[in-house]
Design a protein around this ligand. Structure first.
Ligand code: SF4
Length: 333
């Protein structure tokens, strides 16, 4: 494996993500997707998915990337994040008591299935693709040969070298920004904020990846006005006011037993981000026409009207401009 370092005769360090797991022979990493086998760290989930699903692209969520197109989604077992509120914990946690059957799908077969079902893109999702990056890259190569786009849904907790390699195969990404404080990351995700912010800046400055960001809002944890203002300000200052941001509703899961996020909390967060100056802010995991519709940043007309995961009406011309005032909307349509 490329991203490993010898610590001593018995120990290798994995350098894919900022956990830097030190693994003796037969020891598994935090993510339980990589293991030291005969003094080589290997991916133990390569070619093994937890299942394939065809979703609307809006479900990733990506709202400004080929609306209404189909995306073939897959992931594996394991994750390098330690979120205590994980919404997919049956796939990502070793202590899950739900038995998930892994199925063998080669990268070539996945691309062929996407083609057969006329999917515009393939998404690496459900668990964090950082832990199965070789499988994701090989699938991306097969996808691109068939003119299929690639989508990464990730927490962005990855070291610079593997990030550069993996992201060179990606066309669009939704990165989770789990909360805007290091304390939140440490306490609730067993991780840290800075590598995630570095990933966002890397995407902006070094790639042509279409980027959208999601924050899962948990009341009393990451939804204070102060934190939301700070997050919005950082996004505007570092990524620009056209940054696309989704606030999605948390449901009690794994080790968190807090109340489900109220719709009013999502609306409040969206309003704070809009007031700070972001142009495209959405509420997700709820059905609400107003907060899932894209409004022109200039004339405020609805330019992509949505309900649920469906774009009902698109008021953009062939050059991604609002049909009413000709202002360009950010994205690929
Ligand atoms: S990818 Fe997995 S094994 Fe490697 S450092 Fe991260 S958590 Fe540890």
């Amino acid at each position: 494996m490329k991203y490993q370092k010898k610590i001593d005769n018995e120990t290798l360090q994995c350098e894919i993500c900022p956990r830097f797991c030190k693994l003796k022979v037969n020891q598994e990493g935090f993510c339980f997707a990589r293991k030291n086998v005969n003094n080589e760290i290997v991916s133990t989930r390569y070619g093994k998915t937890t299942g394939l699903a065809i979703d609307p692209i809006e479900k990733k969520p990506l709202y400004h990337f080929y609306p209404n197109s189909k995306v073939l989604s897959f992931g594996t077992l394991g994750c390098n994040m330690g979120c205590l509120f994980c919404q997919n914990w049956h796939l990502t946690k070793k202590d899950s008591n739900i038995l998930i059957e892994e199925k063998s799908y080669s990268p070539e077969i996945i691309a062929a299935i996407a083609k057969k079902y006329q999917c515009k893109s393939i998404a690496f999702t459900y668990n964090d693709p950082v832990v199965f990056y070789e499988y994701a890259i090989d699938t991306a190569i097969c996808a691109h040969k068939k003119n299929i786009k690639t989508v990464l849904v990730s927490a962005g907790f990855i070291n610079p070298k593997p990030r550069k390699e993996l992201f060179s195969y990606i066309d669009a990404a939704n990165i989770d920004l789990k909360g805007f404080s290091n304390e939140f990351y440490q306490k609730n995700c067993l991780a840290s904020l800075k590598p995630v912010l570095d990933t966002l800046i890397y995407i902006k400055e070094n790639t042509n990846i279409h980027l959208e960001i999601t924050t899962l809002l948990i009341e009393g944890e990451n939804d204070s006005d102060k934190m939301l203002k700070k997050q919005s300000r950082w996004l505007i200052d570092n990524l620009g006011d056209d940054t696309i941001l989704h606030f999605s509703a948390y449901h009690p899961s794994y080790k968190f037993n807090k109340d489900k996020t109220k719709v009013s909390t999502l609306f409040k967060a969206r309003q704070i981000a809009l007031d700070e100056g972001l142009n495209y802010v959405y509420c997700g995991n709820i059905i609400d026409k107003n907060t899932s519709t894209t409004y022109c940043k200039n004339c405020k007309s609805p330019i992509i009207e949505r309900n649920g995961y469906q774009a009902l009406k698109i008021n953009l011309d062939g050059e991604n401009r609002c049909v009413f005032c000709k202002t360009t909307c950010k994205g690929e349509f």
